[in-house]
Design a binder for this molecule. Structure first.
Ligand SMILES: [Ca+2]
Ligand SMILES: [Ca+2]
Ligand SMILES: [Ca+2]
Ligand SMILES: [Ca+2]
Length: 424
């Protein structure tokens, strides 16, 4: 793997592949019931009742998905502000894409661009006041910014080169983006007044570099990105002044890749997708690593194609997508691997989840509309119970609930037996 810039010596981590699986030592509910010595039919009935109660309790803390747009036009690229109040997205008007903002309760829909070329890939500041996006000026995309009240439109790059993907800092002051230069895609940063354009990665001559999926911290100082050379792809982090480049992952063999980094608002952590084999779409899992390369943690191990992670402000929660075709679903998990929760369960095809800074709101695209889910009961709190991630990680049970339910079930069974004996 070639590193993309001559900056600081990259720190190479050992192959990340199977290093840090979530512990699977927790005893499953069915195992515990089998040990209880109750008849099979009784244990099956108890199992089903407990399953229903626990899943009900778990789903109940998150609202059902609410469509906040319902236009017949396709909406895409939903991006929620860190304060959870606004969502920027792109809508196709039948000819080209336009940028919109909407409040996360569905009010205040506002169209920010109106022209005959594509405007896409919106990224919104923490307070929801500024939206950066790409604007296709005569075949070359350029970076633009606009206030979410529709004022202050500004072209930040000149449109003579193709600027592809972008991420605006939470404070709205810096935009990191990728630019196609010859046969490379390189990383650049610019301030939101159009000054301070700086190239952060270098061309490597005979190598073809593809920097993609840049993600910038709230203060605009740290940038995570993905860099591919021929085969393989890895996660890097660099300061937005060009110093401090660190390679955070290495691939093993020709078929693995590390992609889709998301840096937490406070620049402490980076979530990413590790695909063990590009030949097997199920082999993607979510990983988390500190920005200095320490603390590598594997958050999923389901072999169900977990991907597109997005971190909240302090890096304590990761929302991600899992599943395929019409069975994609949105999940959330705590940074320590606990609290794995499925947020959607339907035949809709969810895409590209985005999370608020506190981690209590999630926006995503589903069937061409923008959808929001809110954690109503817990607010901004981190769940206190330790979920074990059993049952393929799709419904997870806190050990405490399992124990309580077992005790209640056994007591109930004993009472029923005593009642039946007295009656008989
Ligand atoms: Ca629509
Ligand atoms: Ca347009
Ligand atoms: Ca248009
Ligand atoms: Ca679904």
């Amino acid at each position: 793997m070639e590193t993309p810039t001559p900056a600081d010596t990259p720190t190479l981590l050992p192959d990340i592949k199977p290093t840090a699986y979530i512990s699977s030592s927790s005893t499953s509910l069915s195992d515990l019931l089998a040990l209880s010595g109750l008849p099979n039919k009784t244990t099956s009935a108890i199992y089903l009742v407990i399953l229903a109660l626990v899943s009900l309790a778990q789903v109940a803390s998150w609202s059902t998905p609410t469509n906040i747009t319902n236009s017949p036009n396709p909406d895409a690229d939903a991006c929620m502000s860190s304060n959870g109040e606004k969502i920027a997205f792109a809508r196709n008007d039948g000819n080209d894409w336009e940028i919109y903002v909407v409040n996360s309760d569905g009010t205040g829909l506002r169209q920010l661009t109106d022209n005959l070329v594509d405007d896409s890939d919106p990224s919104i500041s923490s307070d929801g006041s500024r939206v950066a996006f790409t604007h296709d000026s005569s075949g070359k995309r350029q970076i633009c910014i606009i206030n979410s009240d529709g004022s202050g439109f500004k072209e930040l790059t000149d449109g003579t080169q193709d600027d592809v993907q972008l991420s605006i800092s939470g404070d709205g002051n810096k935009i990191v983006f990728t630019r196609i230069v010859d046969k490379n895609i390189l990383l650049f940063v610019i301030t939101s007044d159009g000054t301070g354009l700086k190239q952060l990665t270098e061309s490597k001559g005979e190598y073809t570099l593809f920097v993609t999926n840049p993600s910038i911290s709230d203060d605009g100082k740290k940038v995570a990105f993905q860099d591919s050379v021929a085969v393989g792809s890895n996660i890097f982090v660099v300061n937005s002044d060009g110093t401090g480049l660190i390679q955070l992952t290495t691939t093993s063999g020709d078929y693995s890749k590390n992609i889709s980094p998301s840096i937490s608002g406070d620049a402490s952590k980076i979530a990413f997708t590790y695909t063990a084999s590009i030949l097997d779409e199920h082999s993607s899992e979510i990983f988390l690593v500190n920005v200095d390369g320490s603390g590598l943690t594997q958050l999923t191990s389901n072999n169900k194609g977990a991907r597109y992670p997005t971190l909240n402000g302090d890096g304590s929660k990761v929302v991600f997508l899992q599943g395929f075709d019409n069975y994609t679903e949105i999940f959330i998990v705590n940074a320590d691997g606990s609290g794995l929760t499925r947020l959607t369960s339907n035949n809709d095809k969810e895409q590209y989840p985005s999370i608020s800074g506190s981690g209590n709101k999630v926006a995503f695209e589903s069937n061409g509309n923008v959808v929001v889910i809110t954690d109503g009961s817990r607010g901004n709190q981190t769940p206190s119970l330790d979920y074990t991630g059993s049952l393929n990680g799709e419904l997870a049970f806190p050990t405490e609930i399992i124990v309580v339910c077992l005790v209640v079930a056994v007591v109930a069974a004993v009472l029923v037996i005593i009642y039946l004996k007295r009656k008989g």
